[in-house]
Ligand binder design. Structure first.
Ligand SMILES: Nc1nc2c(c(=O)[nH]1)N(C=O)[C@@H](CNc1ccc(C(=O)N[C@@H](CCC(=O)O)C(=O)O)cc1)CN2
Ligand SMILES: Nc1ncnc2c1ncn2[C@@H]1O[C@H](COP(=O)(O)OP(=O)(O)OP(=O)(O)O)[C@@H](O)[C@H]1O
Length: 226
């Protein structure tokens, strides 16, 4: 096999039919356009993979994650009572932590949800309670209505499609969490939430990528900020 062919075969930005794209690397990991193409293929692969989970598996994973999260909030934030905790309304096979949102609300935590109110800008966060009448927001994601108060999270969950051991996250590709973490001062404590199977070796970090403080899967803590 010539060098030329070998380099093409190993460096395709797309998943090969027989193997996971995670094994591939972008054609040029320093080229933002190549990395963006590679990320697109990785998102597609990881999203397809998580669709295969059964309802029972999802329920079990959701309650394992909720248990780990409560432990973290107790250990690190004394339960987070009186703090603003931003969660997410699950879409596209994300772990469902809505029972935990209600439980935290009952325990005196201020629960919020993220909204895309302006494209390509930081997220807005609005207050959520179990009585909140959700409406459809950007991308059809259910969100609190426009009259729900805007709040600033102390702690934020970042649902993820892929995660790395050094705390980087692959999301849906809007760049919203990175913009939000870059804009907020003080930066909220950011906890990535995802499936254990969504581990990838690297996201080929770019200057805009901000690592999360913790990554949590159903297995427990998988990455802790150094
Ligand atoms: N449940 C949940 N809510 C959430 C998030 C999330 O990840 N999960 N978000 C976390 O950020 C925000 C929404 N994120 C979004 C990310 C991308 C696009 C979007 O339009 N994506 C384009 C592709 C962009 C690209 O590849 O350049 C698309 O699919 O057409 C919309 C919303 C806020 N709410
Ligand atoms: N702080 C920032 N300022 C300006 N643009 C940004 C910033 N952060 C990210 N972006 C833009 O967003 C695009 C998508 O970023 P990335 O691939 O990291 O998305 P993501 O983290 O997967 O998405 P999301 O957080 O919405 O789920 C990047 O190409 C980049 O141009």
């Amino acid at each position: 096999m010539s060098d030329k062919f070998e380099s093409f075969a190993c460096n395709s930005g797309f998943s090969s039919p027989g193997g996971p794209a995670a094994k591939n690397t972008p054609t040029d990991p320093k080229n933002p356009e190549h990395v963006a193409l590679w990320r697109k293929a990785e998102r597609k692969r990881l999203r397809a993979e998580r669709q295969d989970l059964s309802v029972a598996q999802r329920t079990e994973i959701g309650s394992a994650l909720a248990g780990h999260l409560k432990q973290i909030l107790n250990d690190r934030f004394d339960g987070a009572k009186g703090m603003v905790f931003s969660a997410y309304w699950p879409i596209k096979g994300e772990p469902d932590l809505r029972p935990l949102m209600a439980e935290l609300h009952e325990a005196g935590v201020t629960v919020a949800l993220p909204l895309v109110e302006t494209k390509a800008a930081p997220l807005t966060f609005r207050l959520w309670t179990p009585e909140t009448r959700m409406v459809r927001g950007d991308w059809n994601i259910p969100v609190p209505p426009p009259d729900a108060p805007v709040v600033t999270p102390d702690i934020t969950l970042a649902p993820l499609i892929g995660w790395t051991t050094d705390g980087f996250r692959l999301g849906y590709g809007g760049g919203y969490f990175d913009r939000t973490l870059a804009a907020l001062d003080p930066k909220p404590f950011a906890i990535g939430i995802g499936f254990e199977t969504a581990h990838i070796a690297t996201i080929h970090p770019q200057p805009h990528d901000i690592p999360l403080d913790l990554i949590l899967t159903e297995t427990g803590l998988r990455s802790v900020e150094r």
